[in-house]
Design a binder for this molecule. Structure first.
Ligand code: GLA
Length: 373
């Protein structure tokens, strides 16, 4: 999102809400990209996401009649509760958000009008839905006069995602959106739920390349993988695969991915802090191989994008998020970002006939109320 377009986003939301624009406030929640550590969060493991400069922005204003009206500028659709049946997925998120907030705070929902716009691509594995849930929770909580501590906000958003989509997701996406820190990745320990900011060296750049293939089968396959991990942990008699050793899971590819991935996250953080960017890149490639061969969540398009990124000079690359389509994330020298992006895009387009989209991302602060710019 270029800074130049920011004022027009605020203006568009204000215009949509009409009336006295003085009373309009704004909440923002970023999407995320995960540098390393996928399919570890629901096994109490480690991951290393960054909150990115793509976000959901909501303009909102209290209304006196207790109704909640949310309009999506991007989808050109509205939901009004309790009147409309919340059938569309995004409308379900609105309805479930209000339920979850009321249940967690013990307070009745106060009415508001809201207008929403997003720069997080949908279906890309960049957590557009987590950003929407977090932004909406902030709005509903602010209107109700409640302040949710960051961890409660993330856990409430995770509950919304699980209930609205039926996918038994972990907590990585929501914590990343809430706890983002400018110029830092977030080392998330999914057992203690502690977040340790990890500086991203200024000479490194993070590139996201969308394969042009939306994520497929993500709901059912995700639930199957999660169930397989739970079964493996139960067989081993451990609370979660976080507690298993690599020897214990040597013959079980699914569990082996989780255990080896946790080790790679920790090694990646050490490599980054020691200025060993090449080692960090190699760990990303090992992570991709593990997600492809052991955990079986890659696609031919994602595999090819990883190879092309390396051939173009990236230090490392891997699929990011749940897999089954969506994006790869690549680590490059910052001054190589533009060249790597165009070389990868060009070759991918020629080879596959698909239109990729490659963009640099930077790490931003987490969700909150913001002043109009
Ligand atoms: C999705 C889920 C997360 C996490 C990733 C895979 O993004 O929402 O909780 O499990 O997949 O790492």
């Amino acid at each position: 999102m270029s800074a130049a377009r920011e004022p027009s986003r605020f203006a568009a939301l204000r215009a949509e809400l009409g009336g006295s624009s003085d009373a309009v406030r704004f909440a923002r929640a970023p999407g995320r990209v995960n540098l390393i550590g996928d399919h570890t969060d629901y096994q109490d493991g480690f991951c290393l996401p960054i909150a990115i400069d793509r976000d959901v922005l909501v303009g909102f204003r209290a209304r006196a009649d207790g109704r909640v009206c949310v309009r999506s500028l991007d989808l050109d659709a509205s939901v009004e509760l309790p009147t409309t049946a919340a059938v569309a997925p995004w409308a379900r998120v609105v309805a479930v958000t209000l339920d979850v907030l009321a249940a967690r705070t013990g307070r009745a929902i106060a009415g508001f009008d809201a207008a929403v716009t997003s720069t997080v691509p949908i279906g890309a594995g960049l957590s557009s839905s987590a950003a929407f849930e977090v932004a909406l929770l902030l709005v509903a909580a602010t209107i109700a006069g409640v302040t949710l501590p960051p961890l409660d906000l993330a856990l409430a958003a995770q509950e919304i995602e699980q209930r609205a989509s039926g996918v038994p997701c972990g907590v990585m996406d929501q914590v990343a959106s809430v706890s983002g820190r400018r110029d830092h990745a977030l080392l998330l320990d999914c057992r203690s739920l502690t977040v340790t900011p990890v500086a991203i060296p200024a000479h490194l750049g993070v590139l996201v390349v969308h394969s042009g293939v939306e994520r497929r089968l993500v709901g059912s396959a995700y639930a199957e993988r999660r169930a397989a991990c739970e079964a493996a942990a139960a067989r081993l008699g451990v609370a979660a695969l976080r507690d298993a050793t690599i020897e214990q899971v040597a013959d079980d590819p699914i569990a082996r991915h989780v255990v080896s991935e946790n080790a790679r996250v920790e090694a990646f953080v050490v490599a980054l802090a020691a200025g060993r960017a090449d080692d960090a890149g190699a760990l990303m490639l090992a992570s991709h191989r593990s997600l492809r061969d052991d955990f079986a969540v890659s696609t031919p398009e994602l595999d090819r994008l990883v190879e092309l990124s390396v051939e173009a000079g990236a230090l490392g690359a891997r699929l990011t998020g749940a897999g089954f389509g969506g994006c790869v994330v690549a680590l490059t020298a910052r001054d190589e970002l533009g060249r790597v992006a165009s070389e990868v895009s060009e070759r991918y387009r020629t080879e596959t006939g698909r239109e990729p989209s490659a963009f640099a991302v930077s790490a931003v602060d987490g969700a909150g109320l913001v002043a109009a710019s």
